[in-house]
Design a protein around this ligand. Structure first.
Ligand code: HEC
Length: 230
């Protein structure tokens, strides 16, 4: 039936390119459509959480951790309800990850607490004997960068239309308001932490990177689905 095609190198090449581009098109075309609609009640990241997300990226946590729970029983039993595309609507860039040296973190905020992270990030083996995760002690002495995080959240709002400053939603405000909200939110985390070093620094107006990272880890989970509390 296709013998005529086999005798026409030009059309054969065209047919070849078409057939082999189908898988590529299937992957590429949805990207041009409107981006994933947020699931109901999903709130954007606060500035402190955004700062934590930047730390997660700069430390390369995604090299060992995924954030995508697949719809298989083994995964949902271990990590919680499987991930939905609309949960990533405000994630730029995505942090799905491709390797699981450690567990998936997409719902870690539902089952771990601030003080657990505090002990774990300082010395993973102290809470999980035999853990091969590295310690992140430098996050307890380096300060978080408010300006970059604010700039990112502001960009998300202006360029991508992420709904900050809507009724009952996450307040971004101008840079002064944002900074005071940033401190208020950090205060809560610092309060729940045990580290004297971090508490002492906070009294002097410094917010350590670990505080933002924990705020971000706490936001990963179903709790971020609604600002009204689910
Ligand atoms: C070299 C690989 C590696 C890197 C890099 C890494 N982790 Fe881990 N992580 C692990 C392993 C392995 C575990 C499981 C053992 C444990 O809990 O310590 C783990 C566990 C965790 C847990 C506990 C999850 C749970 O549900 O029990 C959290 C939270 C976590 N990592 C956060 C981070 C963060 C944040 C970073 C970046 C600052 C990071 N990890 C970097 C390997 C890694």
């Amino acid at each position: 039936m296709f013998s005529w095609l086999e005798k026409n190198p030009f059309f054969f090449s065209l047919a070849f390119v078409f057939v082999f581009s189908i898988a590529g098109l299937v992957e590429i075309l949805p990207g041009f459509a409107k981006t994933a609609r947020p699931i109901e009640g999903l709130r954007p990241y606060t500035v402190l959480e955004t700062a934590g997300r930047q730390i997660y990226i700069e430390e390369g946590c995604y090299n060992c951790h995924s954030q995508l729970i697949r719809p298989f029983k083994a995964e949902t039993d271990r990590y919680g309800p499987y991930s939905l595309s609309g949960e990533y609507a405000y994630d730029r860039p995505f942090l799905w990850g491709s390797k699981r040296t450690g567990p998936d973190l997409h719902r870690v905020g539902d089952n771990r607490t601030t003080d657990w992270h505090d002990y774990h990030m300082w010395d993973p083996q102290s809470v999980v004997p035999g853990s091969i995760m590295p310690a992140y002690k430098h996050l307890y002495s380096n300060n978080v960068d408010f300006d970059t995080a604010y700039a990112e959240a502001y960009t998300q709002k202006v360029v991508f239309g992420v709904p900050y400053d809507v009724e009952n939603g996450v307040k971004l405000g101008d840079i002064r308001q944002a900074k005071s909200l940033f401190y208020q939110e950090a205060e809560q985390i610092v309060h729940d932490m045990k580290s004297e070093q971090v508490k002492e620094a906070f009294k002097n107006g410094e917010i350590k990177k670990i505080v933002a990272l924990i705020a971000y880890l706490n936001s990963l989970g179903q709790s971020r689905r609604t600002s009204q509390g689910e």
